[in-house]
Design a protein around this ligand. Structure first.
Ligand SMILES: Cc1cc2nc3c(=O)[nH]c(=O)nc-3n(C[C@H](O)[C@H](O)[C@H](O)COP(=O)(O)OP(=O)(O)OC[C@H]3O[C@@H](n4cnc5c(N)ncnc54)[C@H](O)[C@@H]3O)c2cc1C
Length: 382
């Protein structure tokens, strides 16, 4: 977020406000490309306004300054018209892909309808200030000759930039105030386009911004002239419009979608990680009925451990399998224990897959010998 100070807020036509801002000192540089837009908000009657999007009118080369122009028709724009020099304005952005690429386009055509002229003012000012060689033909449609914001600026830019040609298309009424300029009365028809562009549509990139019916008509005309859709770049002032080709890079719409997707993916990742921590991995991979099998294996292991631990200690160590045999021998006198040992031995293959069990072997029983001594004194023991 960048903080700016109002330098001036003035009506330049009956319905158009021009807002000039200067960056507050100590702020980072606000970097944008010609044609992009920003979200504006400020305090009105002590309360913060919602943010509204407006194309940046100034050129990126005008460092530390920002210019916007808006049709004053609703609550936000009327509140903006009440801004006074020195008031604070918050700027977020820049946003949008409706950008003039002077390096990639040698011949561009701008089709501006009404207040849709704003992003083109930034593009034309920029191209002029960097002395771009890009050829620009700009059609600017206005309702009357009294409703032409930026008339003086455009006249001035046309004088400065030999590659710029502006054609004013005035909907109705007199055109005497535009004497000396390229003017067409009425609407921007396919015939007017053909005439000004010499029927040459190949190799040109077309940009259009204006009211939706105007833009629809322009796109339709250009398509009928064989212009590929990829060479028609549009900016709609209604958010979420089909005509918003700049939306790929724009926000807040895309940021909302990306944030929602990230939240869902994040929650899934946390849930799966929790499941992996609380359940043994086999339980996740195998079917749910594995649980009883594990329980019974564990209880058999427990029985086996109890039995083995109850046996008398042996002098040697032996793995679990031979321990079971030893247990069976030692328990010959105990029928109950022998049966349990046999059961344990049977379960060793499933339950005793863990480390071998160390068992003390019983001490060997003392051998009973019978000895006899002959009369001659020889003793023989058997
Ligand atoms: C990328 C972009 C660039 C724009 N650039 C400019 C510009 O340079 N100059 C200009 O005059 N206008 C521009 N606009 C349009 C501008 O944002 C709205 O027209 C303006 O905010 C409306 O203000 P308001 O005071 O007339 O209406 P508000 O009183 O603020 O709102 C009236 C109603 O309109 C709705 N609304 C407000 N803005 C929009 C919108 N953009 N799309 C759909 N509904 C909306 C509100 O939700 C509300 O319901 C641009 C819009 C976009 C999306």
């Amino acid at each position: 977020m960048h903080k700016y100070i109002v330098k001036s807020a003035q009506q330049i036509t009956d319905t158009t406000l021009l807002l000039d801002l200067e960056q507050k000192s100590g702020q980072g540089v606000f970097v944008y490309r010609p044609g992009q837009y920003a979200a504006i908000s400020f305090y009105h009657k002590g309360r913060p306004t919602p943010a509204r999007c407006f194309s940046i009118v100034s050129s990126p080369t005008d460092q530390g300054k920002l210019r916007f122009s808006m049709r004053t028709k609703g609550r936000f724009t009327k509140a903006a018209a009440g801004l006074k020099p020195g008031d604070s304005v918050k700027i977020r952005g820049p946003y949008g892909g409706f950008v003039l690429d002077i390096a990639g386009s040698s011949d561009v055509v701008f089709l501006a309808g009404g207040i849709g002229v704003t992003p083109f003012m930034s593009m034309v000012s920029y191209a002029t200030s960097v002395q771009s060689q890009t050829k620009i033909t700009m059609f600017y449609s206005c309702q009357t000759q009294d409703d032409v914001p930026f008339l003086d600026e455009l006249k001035h830019l046309e004088l400065q930039n030999p590659n710029l040609r502006v054609v004013f298309v005035v909907g109705s009424g007199e055109t005497n105030k535009l004497a000396g300029l390229s003017v067409v009365s009425g609407r921007l028809t396919p015939d007017v386009l053909d005439g000004v562009l010499d029927n040459e549509y190949n190799g040109r990139t077309f940009y259009t911004c204006g009211p939706p019916p105007y833009m629809n008509a322009m796109v339709k005309t250009l398509r009928s002239k064989g212009v590929q859709r990829s060479r028609i770049i549009t900016e709609a002032f209604a958010q979420g419009s089909q005509l918003q080709t700049g939306q790929i890079q724009s926000w807040p719409y895309n940021v909302y979608v990306l944030s929602a997707a990230s939240l869902i993916l994040g929650s899934l990742a946390i849930t799966i990680s929790d499941m992996l921590k609380t359940l043994p991995p086999q339980a996740l991979l195998n079917s749910a009925n594995l649980a009883p099998t594990l329980t019974s294996a564990n209880s058999r292991q427990h029985d086996l451990d109890t039995l083995v631990n109850s046996l008398p200690p042996l002098a040697t160590t032996a793995p679990a399998t031979s321990a079971a045999q030893a247990s069976a021998q030692a328990a010959q006198t105990d029928a109950t224990a022998a049966a349990a040992a046999a059961s344990a031995a049977a379960s060793v293959s499933t339950a005793a897959t863990a480390a071998p069990v160390v068992v003390q072997a019983p001490a060997p029983a003392p051998v009973q010998k019978t000895c006899t001594t002959t009369q001659s004194g020889v003793t023989t023991c058997v």
